[in-house]
Ligand binder design. Structure first.
Ligand SMILES: Cc1cc2nc3c(=O)[nH]c(=O)nc-3n(C[C@H](O)[C@H](O)[C@H](O)COP(=O)(O)OP(=O)(O)OC[C@H]3O[C@@H](n4cnc5c(N)ncnc54)[C@H](O)[C@@H]3O)c2cc1C
Length: 419
């Protein structure tokens, strides 16, 4: 069967891998000149199934309102009356309660752990793809007693999902991450999540794209998809700026752009961008830069080790599709890294980036079948898309092949928004 994958972010490329493995003729189209040049380019690099979970959580509405009014806070929502944003916000608020949080978290955990296993299988398969992958865990750091109050709730959830964890008293955190011996930040305590890993999703996607091209997968870069042509309950083709692309099946992996291509077909996906920022800097002294992924719980900033580089990322701005890089946000990220790791990282030469997390209001990605017989979805991966991409790619490839996925699809398809 000929399958056209729309989008060569980490989700689309991972799907292309599994589709190719199934023996399909695979074509991947993307508007950019190479893979992973949008959200999959500069994310935090965390492969963190341990705390994959929804943004919509009890207490978040108040927290977001409060933080949006503070200067320099990590979260900033603009409340301008843009209809798509307001509709997304209304749905998101409806999910901010304990019952919905639990349901949504279970769904995301299901995919995230499965996905990490898929990624590790790829990493161990001997493919010529180097993406700075390592599994040194995540260290969630709490700066003060107020922060530590969240720990019992977090560990209860970890136990429920059978995620291994270890609590460390302040100074003991350095026993897991020796670079913390030099920190200037206060450490009241830490949760170590040893099952997590880190890796560079841009390197993964570009490496995988090059490998698949060598295997005969046709990557069409610089192709803008303008419209999907529906005909009698099927998709007849994808209209692009370079003519029509036709296939037997179509997989939509366009990240935050997916709703715009699907809406004219009558498929309304509530995906809205949540902007974040990152900085990437070279390590100049390996002993003073972290190896584990560090999650600064107070500032909601993740710092991860990607080979000879450090990536720090965070912030959440709900204010549309702009990609401008705010100097104040970059300065903040830089100061957070400098406080934790004062030496050993060339922060004065850091590269700054901004990206748009393709968020669903409830949290899980939107996967699988649509009402069009040959149209499949692999989008809405939110703040966990790198962690989830391999698993969602495999799930979608299974569905395209007519096999039952290895993961229960309850709550993962677009049907959950039908009512
Ligand atoms: C600051 C930040 C930190 C993050 N940290 C983490 C993390 O630590 N761990 C984690 O798991 N996730 C993280 N994420 C989330 C993760 O990066 C995303 O979920 C993931 O990259 C989404 O991948 P995607 O392939 O769905 O989308 P994208 O990477 O955006 O890919 C979509 C592709 O579609 C193409 N496209 C769009 N429209 C068209 C069109 N009309 N025609 C042709 N091509 C088109 C684009 O060019 C793009 O290549 C983070 C995100 C941000 C912003």
């Amino acid at each position: 069967m000929k399958v056209l994958v729309l989008g060569a972010g980490v989700a689309g490329v991972a799907a292309a891998y599994y589709l190719w493995r199934d023996g399909h003729e695979v074509v991947v189209a993307d508007r950019r000149p190479a893979a992973a040049l949008e959200t999959s380019f500069g994310n935090a690099g965390g492969l963190c199934p341990s705390f994959a979970g929804p943004w919509a959580a009890p207490g978040m509405i108040g927290k977001v309102l409060k933080m949006s009014l503070q200067r320099n806070s990590a979260i900033r929502f603009s409340f301008t009356p843009e209809p798509r944003k307001l509709a997304w916000l209304a749905r998101w608020m409806g999910q901010c309660n304990a019952e919905r949080f639990r349901v949504n978290k279970l769904r995301m955990q299901r995919v995230a752990h499965y996905s990490f296993a898929c990624l590790k299988e790829i990493a161990g398969a001997g493919l010529p793809i180097e993406f700075d992958f390592h599994q040194d865990g995540t260290l969630q750091l709490f700066r003060d007693e107020a922060g530590l109050k969240a720990v019992p709730g977090i560990t209860r959830a970890l136990d429920e999902f059978e995620v291994p964890w270890r609590f460390l008293e302040g100074a003991d955190a350095a026993s897991v991450e020796p670079a913390l011996a030099h920190t200037k930040a206060p450490v009241a305590g830490a949760l170590f999540l040893p099952a997590d890993g880190s890796g560079d999703s841009y390197k993964f996607a570009t490496g995988m794209s090059a490998y698949l091209q060598g295997q005969g997968v046709d990557f069409r870069y610089g192709v803008e998809i303008r419209r999907l042509v529906g005909q009698g309950g099927r998709i007849a083709g994808a209209e692009t700026d370079q003519g029509m692309l036709a296939a037997d099946a179509y997989v939509v992996a366009l990240g935050g752009q997916s709703p715009f291509l699907l809406r004219p077909l009558g498929l309304k996906l509530p995906i809205y961008p949540l902007k974040g920022y990152s900085i990437t800097a070279d390590v100049t002294d390996a002993g003073r830069a972290p190896q584990a992924a560090i999650m600064d719980e107070h500032n909601k900033v993740m710092i991860s080790r990607l080979g000879s580089r450090i990536r720090a990322a965070g912030m959440a701005e709900l204010k549309g599709y702009g990609l401008e890089v705010d100097a104040g946000r970059v300065a903040f990220l830089t100061s957070v890294v400098r406080e934790w790791f004062p030496q050993g990282i060339a922060l004065d030469r850091a590269q700054a980036w901004a990206g748009l997390r393709p968020m669903t209001p409830d949290g899980p990605a939107i996967l699988g079948r649509t009402r069009y017989e040959n149209l499949f979805l692999d989008c809405g991966h939110g703040s966990n898309g790198w962690t989830q991409a391999c698993g969602t790619g495999k799930i979608v490839a299974d569905i395209v092949a007519g096999r039952p996925p290895e993961v229960d699809m309850e709550g993962l398809t677009a049907e959950r928004y039908a009512s």
